[in-house]
Design a protein around this ligand. Structure first.
Ligand code: E4P
Length: 229
C-alpha cells in the first residue's frame, strides 16, 4: 500500500507556502473553525478568494474546504460552488448533522457519483462511521484522532480497524487522520494505517527539529570554522 503523506491543517498562507516549499506536504485541510481563527473575512467572496489562492499555491495537491450549513439544499449548492473554484479542491461534508440527521451521506453519494465532486467526509470519531462514509463513495474519510483519544478511546486501534475494513472491502477511500495533538501522533497514525495525517505547522516543526541535531550541527560549524584558521 502506498501512503499519500502529510497534509497541513491550516488556512494560513505564509505557513502553507513555507511547508510547500520544503516539499514535505501533499495537501491542505481547512474547516470553518480554522478559517475563522485565521481571520478570513468577507463571507463567501472572502473565503473563495483565500481558498483559490491556497489551491493555486499547492496545485496539484488537494485542498479541503468545508460547507458551512447542514441544510440539505444549501449544502449541495455550497458544495458545487466550492468544487468549481479549482480542480484540486475537494468538499468537506460532516458525517451527519448536529442532531444526528442521517441525510448527509445521501449528498456525499450524489456529489461523488452524479456531480463528479471529490468529497472528504469529516468529523468522524469511529471506524464504523468511516466505513459507511467510504461505502457512500467518499474519496476521503477523516477521523479526528486527537478527539478520539480525548474521549478515552485509542485512536491507533480505531485507525487499524478502518484500514482493515477498507482493505477488506477493496475501498479506494483514503484515510485522513486529523485533530493532531502531539508530534508523536503523525508517525504513529501512519504506522496504524492512515494514508494521510493532517497536522498543524508547529507539530511538523516538532518532527523536524531535534535538540541533538542542533548540537551536532553546531559542532560541525565550529570545527569547520577552525579548519579555516
Ligand atoms: C481535519 O481535517 C480537521 O480540520 C482538524 O484536524 C480538526 O481538529 P481539531 O480537533 O483540532 O478541531
Amino acid at each position: 500500500m502506498k501512503l499519500t503523506g502529510i497534509f497541513l491543517d491550516t488556512g494560513k498562507i505564509p505557513e502553507i507556502r513555507k511547508y510547500h516549499e520544503l516539499g514535505i506536504i501533499r495537501g491542505v485541510t481547512t474547516n470553518p473553525t480554522i478559517l475563522r481563527k485565521d481571520g478570513i473575512a468577507g463571507g463567501w467572496p472572502g473565503i473563495e478568494k483565500h481558498c483559490k489562492e491556497i489551491a493555486q499555491l499547492i496545485a496539484p495537491h488537494p485542498l479541503s474546504v468545508e460547507v458551512t450549513t447542514n441544510v440539505m439544499a444549501e449544502m449541495q449548492e455550497q458544495a458545487l460552488m466550492i468544487a468549481a473554484w479549482a480542480k484540486n479542491i475537494n468538499v468537506k461534508i460532516t458525517i451527519h448533522g448536529p442532531d444526528g440527521g442521517t441525510e448527509n451521506l445521501k449528498l456525499v453519494h450524489e456529489l461523488e457519483n452524479k456531480h463528479n465532486v471529490r468529497v472528504n467526509v469529516t468529523a468522524m470519531m469511529s471506524a464504523q462511521q468511516c466505513l459507511l462514509a467510504a461505502m457512500a463513495g467518499a474519496t476521503y474519510v477523516s477521523i479526528f484522532g486527537g478527539r478520539v483519544n480525548n474521549m478515552g478511546y485509542n485512536s491507533c486501534h480505531e485507525i487499524r480497524r478502518i484500514r482493515g475494513l477498507l482493505d477488506a472491502f477493496n475501498s479506494t477511500a483514503k484515510i485522513i487522520v486529523g485533530s493532531t495533538r502531539e508530534v508523536l501522533n503523525i508517525v504513529e497514525w501512519f504506522e496504524a494505517g492512515a494514508d494521510i495525517v493532517t497536522a498543524v505547522p508547529d507539530l511538523i516543526e516538532g518532527m523536524l527539529v531535534h535538540p541533538y541535531s542542533k548540537e551536532t550541527v553546531r559542532m560541525f560549524l565550529e570545527d569547520g570554522a577552525r579548519l579555516q584558521k
